[in-house]
Write a protein that binds this ligand. Structure first.
Ligand code: GLC
Length: 566
């Protein structure tokens, strides 16, 4: 399931000409050039609640911690927070094993704390998005405890139970994406149950209408509490072939030592779209947004998730973008063009809690801060909705464990050393230079990376050249700039091997974005006349990057974002 990006490991001059673009620094009302649903102009921000802010000093973040940082998020320019699962859970998969969908895990607080957070967020104009885990529950969920208790229990058919092929032989060859067989034997009832992920995460049987009804009700429960939408976890895996055909086996072994399989019979089955259409109908009653964890291989697959009549997911995540692992203008151009040709509104993600942080994915080890700004200059100025990941805005780096006995994420323990797990991208948020980076006064559940001394919110807020200051400037610009919000994407100088350039054009207004993806200075000349413009004026630039007429000069990894003038 994971396309896990495990690779290797400036002075900014901001031209405060934002007003020229009709932009104000203080987040004001978002420009509504056209009638757009709220989520198309919003900037989303993913919060891993264990790691964001710990209000009760037990070493694990919590909802009150998040509430205490809402002013920071507002000032940053965030419109919606997506909180990864905070529901009661044995925490085998750190919350993605839910044992009660309609409550809050005590480690994160209470339902009253959630209500408080939602109210405070709404007062600041920030929407709250929760993570909905429809594919599987925890093996400690009362539904599963009943299901496994006997073959005739009321919930038996809520999960996928099958006879083995013979003694000690699972029903077929399907593998868990977290290692080993996808089937676990239950001696009490003499059958196997299916789990796409850990054995502690049994898959729900979505062919059973009772499951569908119960899960749809879960979404209503949270909508009524003020939730503005969901990120749908692992939707690709919702259905499996009822005839249990074996998956084709491909050459090689994965990090767990298992054969590599093509998940032909347990991934992206057409039935998932019926469920998504149903969930969307409910969401529409609450003006809510559905974001999908959709690991699509191509635009046809992505289009299917938007739905034939745009009646499924509004924001299926485009992980195709995260498959570009190096600073290659050609590769990004191709991916941007593909996403722009899709049938729905683009969504851009460059980091999350399952993949190596963008800071390391693109950083060259020497210019990482500059490259972090370059990436912000890219995904925050494209046509579409960006989903940020906490800490990306301060240049947090992936810090994987160095010893197996330090690993928290079970896939890291099982796959060590080839698969070190996902702890590295889930380390505590770096708030300041104080003990534990201001995340907690107790020992945090994961170690704070040493970079908190150089990369933290407090210091970066004071530094106009920091990664954080750059993010704030770009977010402020896009908030009210009609070309950035609604303009079409027009690629420019498409043969340039070093510099990615494009125009965002809205009516007679245009913004030029020029991104130097090389470590050498670059000078780029544009044919602006053919688009009706004569020159560019810098709005946000890094270092000494600047324009003279229609020629833009960029420092290594430099960014130029400018207003086009007639
Ligand atoms: C999704 C989550 C991941 C989790 C898995 C199983 O892929 O993003 O963190 O482990 O689902 O729920």
């Amino acid at each position: 399931m994971f396309d896990r990006k495990r690779i290797g490991t400036c002075a900014i001059t901001v031209l405060w000409l934002l007003c020229l673009a009709g932009c104000s620094h203080t987040p004001a009302k978002t420009a509504q050039a056209e009638e757009h649903p709220w989520w198309q102009h919003a900037v989303f921000y993913e919060i891993y609640p264990r790691s964001f802010a710990d209000s009760n000093n037990d070493g694990v973040g919590d909802l009150n911690g998040i509430a205490s940082k809402l002013d920071y998020l507002k000032e940053l320019g965030v419109d919606a927070i997506w909180i990864t699962p905070c529901f009661p859970s044995p925490q085998v998969d750190f919350g993605y094993d839910v044992s009660d969908y309609e409550n809050i895990d005590p480690m994160y607080g209470t339902l009253a704390d959630f209500d408080h957070l939602a109210k405070e967020a709404n007062q600041r104009g920030i929407h709250v998005i929760l993570d909905f885990v429809p594919n599987h529950t925890s093996d400690q969920h009362p539904w599963f405890l009943d299901s496994e208790s006997s073959r005739t229990s009321a919930h038996r058919d809520w999960y996928i139970w099958r006879d083995g092929k013979g003694p000690g032989q699972p029903p077929n060859n399907w593998l868990s994406t977290f290692g080993g067989s996808a089937w676990t034997y239950n001696p009490k009832t003499g059958q196997y149950y299916y789990h796409y992920f850990y054995p502690q995460q049994p898959d729900l049987n979505w062919r059973n209408p009772a499951v569908k009804d119960a899960m749809f009700d879960v979404t209503r429960f949270w909508y009524k509490r003020g939730v503005a939408g969901f990120r749908l976890d692992a939707v690709d895996a919702l259905f499996e072939d009822p005839n249990l055909h074996d998956n084709p086996v491909l050459p090689g072994k994965n990090a767990f030592g298992d054969p590599i399989e093509q998940n032909k019979y347990n991934d992206k089955l057409p039935e998932v779209h019926d469920v998504l259409r149903g969930l969307r109908k409910v969401a529409d009653q609450y003006n809510a947004v559905l974001i999908g964890e959709t690991w699509t291989d191509n635009i046809e697959q992505l289009n299917r998730y938007y739905g034939h009549d745009n009646d499924e997911l509004q924001l299926p995540m485009d992980f195709l973008f995260t498959t570009v692992n190096r600073l290659s203008p050609a590769a990004f151009r191709k991916q941007i063009a593909a996403v722009n040709s899709a049938s729905g509104w683009p969504t851009f993600v460059i980091s999350n809690h399952d993949i190596v942080r963008s800071y390391d994915r693109y950083g060259d080890g020497q210019h990482n801060d500059q490259i972090a700004k370059l990436m912000a200059g890219l995904y925050l100025t494209l046509r579409g909705t960006p989903i940020m990941y906490y800490g990306e805005e301060i240049g947090m780096k992936t810090t994987p464990p160095t010893r197996r006995d330090e690993v928290q994420d079970p896939i890291g323990r099982r796959g060590w050393p080839r698969e070190k797990g996902r702890d590295g991208e889930r380390t505590p948020m770096q708030w300041d230079e104080s003990v534990n980076a201001g995340f907690s006064r107790a020992k945090p559940w994961l170690p704070v990376p040493p970079t908190y001394k150089t990369h933290n919110v407090a210091d970066e807020l004071k530094d106009p050249d920091s990664v954080l200051s750059f993010y704030k400037q770009v977010l402020a610009l896009r908030r009210t700039n009609e070309a950035l919000l609604d303009g079409s994407y027009i690629p420019l100088n498409e043969d340039d091997p070093n510099v990615l350039s494009y125009m965002r054009l809205y009516k007679d207004q245009a913004v030029l974005v020029v991104l130097n993806m090389s470590g050498a200075e670059q000078k780029v000349t544009f044919e602006l006349g053919s688009h009706g413009f004569s020159s560019a004026t810098g709005l946000i630039t890094t270092g000494n990057s600047a324009a003279t007429g229609s020629v833009v000069t960029l420092e290594p990894f430099g960014v130029f974002i400018g207003q086009l003038v007639k």
